[in-house]
Design a protein around this ligand. Structure first.
Ligand SMILES: NC(=O)c1ccc[n+]([C@@H]2O[C@H](COP(=O)([O-])OP(=O)(O)OC[C@H]3O[C@@H](n4cnc5c(N)ncnc54)[C@H](OP(=O)(O)O)[C@@H]3O)[C@@H](O)[C@H]2O)c1
Length: 332
């Protein structure tokens, strides 16, 4: 194993230290197009080689395939890792089939696929706001913690209002949300309170499903099994998720502006996008997905690049508020 290191940050009050750059593992389930077992393993192994020690998946990604691939690849490694998975979107559970037993059984299946006796971080997976408000799910999470099935828990949410509801529950260690150059509002409306309450932010979809990598064009072809093909109008799940809720052609125009007017010449687009996220101290970890070892390497190494200038941050926030925010579909 290589000796590369990535700085770590606290995951809220959990006591866990997570690498600033983690690996998002949704693509290992085949929802960004088909993926072979060897490619999936090579993505995880490259992340380990680069010093990544935080991995994020879900019970439903590829109906367990992502957890299986991740579990197998991590099992072969001697590295100490933190693994987060999720519960709450499985058929028969979402949107109103929640119960302690279904949560516990999902965790047992995740443990099996991930080949771990205990889940480091279990997150609620974008469950309806009324379920978060009712609060039973948080009692069950506490119970699973007491029983030793999970070490910590958090919530992955779709909106800032949901994030604020989650902050009312004292036991929560992390909130996962879309946070990227196309989705900056949390800086002003959430981060101070999250820091005060010692709740770590996990920044998902950091490259706006690949748009902010700068490599996509109007001629890019997506496989029919790729959510970037079938969920552009929110037909399969929340409209705000794929491409961060921005229409593909509009997103390409925003990327072109970011590239021409804001990106420092020394950085590639993915590095620029990830550096911007890591400048925020409320963020514990950013979890880019990757379809190749080369992407993993580029994304992981962004952790060791210098911060962006503060005037650039101000200009990017202005650009977001004036040009991007109104083009996001769905509630933010
Ligand atoms: N509801 C939820 O809780 C939820 C929802 C979404 C995501 N997530 C989590 O967040 C993670 C990240 O989100 P995401 O994967 O949807 O979006 P993302 O990280 O914004 O985009 C990932 C995709 O961008 C492309 N890419 C990544 N690095 C690149 C690079 N250096 N150069 C060029 N292209 C690059 C790859 O796709 P191609 O090469 O195929 O173009 C990759 O699969 C997921 O894996 C998952 O763990 C959670």
């Amino acid at each position: 194993m290589s000796s590369r290191k990535i700085a770590t940050r606290k995951l809220g009050k959990s006591g866990l230290q997570v690498t600033e750059v983690g690996l998002g593992c949704w693509q290992l389930g085949g929802e960004f197009g088909p993926i072979s077992e060897s490619d999936a393993h090579s993505i995880v192994e490259s992340a380990l080689d680069e010093g990544v020690r935080f991995f994020e998946t879900a019970d439903v990604y590829g109906a367990g395939q992502s957890e299986n691939h991740l579990g197998e690849a991590l099992f072969k490694s001697s590295a100490t890792t933190v693994v987060a998975t999720k519960y709450g979107r499985a058929h028969g559970v979402y949107p109103d089939g929640y119960s302690f037993n279904s949560m516990r059984d999902s965790v047992l299946r995740s443990q099996d696929r991930l080949q771990r006796d205990k889940i480091d971080l279990l997150q609620l997976h974008c469950i309806p706001h009324e379920q978060l408000e009712a609060g039973h799910v948080f009692d069950w999470l506490e119970e699973l913690k007491l029983q030793g099935q999970i070490s910590h828990y958090g919530a992955s949410v779709e909106t800032l209002a949901q994030a604020k509801t989650c902050l009312k529950y004292e036991g929560i260690s992390s909130i996962q949300l879309i946070f990227n150059l196309f989705r900056q509002t949390a800086v002003e409306s959430l981060f101070d309170e999250a820091q005060r309450k010692q709740v770590g932010i996990i920044a998902r979809v950091p490259l706006a499903s690949g748009l902010l990598s700068g490599k996509l064009s109007k001629d890019t072809h997506f496989d029919e099994s790729d959510h970037r093909f079938f969920n552009r109008q929110g037909d399969a799940f929340a409209i705000g998720e794929t491409f961060s809720g921005i229409d593909f052609e509009t997103g390409l125009k925003h990327v072109n502006s970011l590239y021409r007017h804001y990106k420092p010449a020394t950085l590639k687009m993915p590095e620029f996008a990830l550096r911007w996220i890591l400048a925020h101290p409320a963020v514990s970890c950013v979890i880019p997905g990757a379809s190749s070892a080369a992407q993993v390497i580029q994304n992981s190494r962004a952790a060791n690049l210098p911060h962006l200038e503060s005037t650039l941050h101000k200009n990017l926030f202005k650009f977001y508020n004036e040009q991007i925010k109104t083009t996001i579909k769905g509630e933010i």
